[in-house]
Design a protein around this ligand. Sequence first.
Ligand SMILES: [Mn+2]
Length: 160
Amino acid sequence: MKVLIVSDTHGNHKNLDKILELAGDIDMFIHLGDVEGGEEYLDAVIECEKHIVRGNNDFFSDLPREEEFNIGKYRAFVTHGHSYYVSLDPEYIREEGKARCADIVMFGHTHKPYFEEKEEMVLLNPGSVSYPRQEGRKGSYVIMELDGEEKPKFKQFYLD
Ligand SMILES: [Mn+2]
């Protein structure tokens, strides 16, 4: 099973189109917010199961603020992250993920990739597709691969 994890497209789909092409066949698409009106576009171009949450810039959107769902046998908690002060420190969202007994917690908002695995919980941010802020400023995304009983593998990618 292949899951594409992205965030912060902000209505600009140039990089997203490249990512969708590079990713190839996917079984699940996760967008961690700040789509800025891109919902219809995402619906049109992505056919697999989608989970899209609302960012702080999705003012008129009726997307959910957060979602919990299963990826295989793993419990995922996804949210944009601004309500958990992720720009300051991942501490609050880490605590929330633990309280919800999540295996994988995903957030966006900072436009900087982040990955940690602590006490059996993965906490990640794929960075921003369209407006990266990390050094080098390349649009980024994560691919999660789940293969039978093996632990899921997460790989961070950067566009050229
Ligand atoms: Mn954003």
